[in-house]
Write a protein that binds this ligand. Structure first.
Ligand code: G1P
Length: 287
């Protein structure tokens, strides 16, 4: 299966992170020294994908500027002899080829993916939800792509979640068919804990066949008026094989204030430049 494109839904209003996201896109919140969305783009590039399709909305222009070349900035840095920094900034613009489509109304994740259908065309593609930051030896998306290639089918990332938190996720039902591999028979979006079919939650990494688009078109909006990707996946699973991989790695929900702080602390501790000093600083705190 030859997958080249990754869709990044980025039109959300970031309500879980107000007031920080009142005038700035949540995708641009810095995790240590890079905006959140750059982690997703780097993961997709490290997984061998070459084309990013960002689904944006109003107030998200900073994302486009971040992945562009900034001539003014480069001139200023050149005058100061900061050539390494110029290289670093150029590298960001060259991670993937970028394309932007607008989601004019916030009608949910499924609708955002549908907005990208023209740019994706008739080929398998990945979806990366930037709120889910995943630290893994083998990039999470690459883990999914390996399974997708082997089984020639759609694959989604899974994580075991404690019952009390399961209602915040899409949840699958299925049969275990390998060490970390599940064959999915059903999916339900954010069920009450007592109705969840398992403790296996959908995490924001997907490799999908283009057959998902006509299914998305048929999905009726839920009570909140949102078209859910999970509902289209349910229809897909009824028609053809769909797999789930309990990925190896650690995920942070960086769209949530506490999850964002946890990711910040752990990524700062791992940072080559800051880690040592930051560790000393944390140890010195009267916790
Ligand atoms: C979305 C999906 C949900 C999934 C989650 C993972 O929900 O709809 O199925 O479990 O991402 O982060 P959201 O977090 O956008 O509400």
């Amino acid at each position: 299966m030859n997958v080249r494109k990754a869709v990044f839904p980025a039109a959300g209003l970031g309500t879980r992170f107000l007031p920080a996201t009142k005038a700035s896109p949540k995708e641009m919140l810095p995790l240590v020294d890079k905006p959140l969305i750059q982690y997703g783009i780097e993961e997709a590039a490290a997984s061998g994908l070459t084309q990013a399709i960002i689904v944006t909305g109003r107030g998200k222009r900073a994302i486009e500027d971040h992945f562009d070349i900034s001539i003014e900035l480069e001139h200023a840095l050149e005058a100061k002899g900061e050539y390494e920094l110029i290289e670093e900034l150029r590298a960001i613009a060259n991670l993937m080829s970028m394309c932007y489509v607008r989601q004019k109304t916030p009608l949910g994740l499924g609708h955002a993916i549908l907005c990208a259908s023209g740019a994706v065309g008739d080929e398998p593609f990945a979806v990366v939800l930037g709120d889910d930051i995943i630290d893994a030896r083998v990039p999470c998306l690459k883990q999914l792509l390996e399974v997708a290639g082997e089984h020639r089918a759609s694959v989604i990332a899974l994580e075991r979640i404690p019952r009390e938190a399961i209602s915040r996720y899409g949840v699958i039902d299925g049969t275990q068919v390998g060490d970390r591999l599940w064959s999915i028979t059903d999916l339900v979006e954010k069920p009450p804990a007592e109705e969840a079919p398992s403790d296996l939650a959908i995490i924001g990494r997907y490799v999908l066949v283009p057959a998902i688009f006509p299914l998305l078109e048929q999905i009726k909006p839920d009570r909140k008026g949102e078209v859910q990707l999970t509902d289209a996946l349910r229809a897909l699973a009824a028609e053809e094989p769909l797999y789930g991989v309990v990925f190896e790695g650690k995920r942070y929900d960086a769209g949530d204030k506490l999850g964002f702080l946890q990711a910040t602390v752990e990524y700062a501790l791992k940072n080559g430049e800051l880690g040592e000093d930051f560790r000393h600083y944390l140890r010195s705190l009267p916790l």
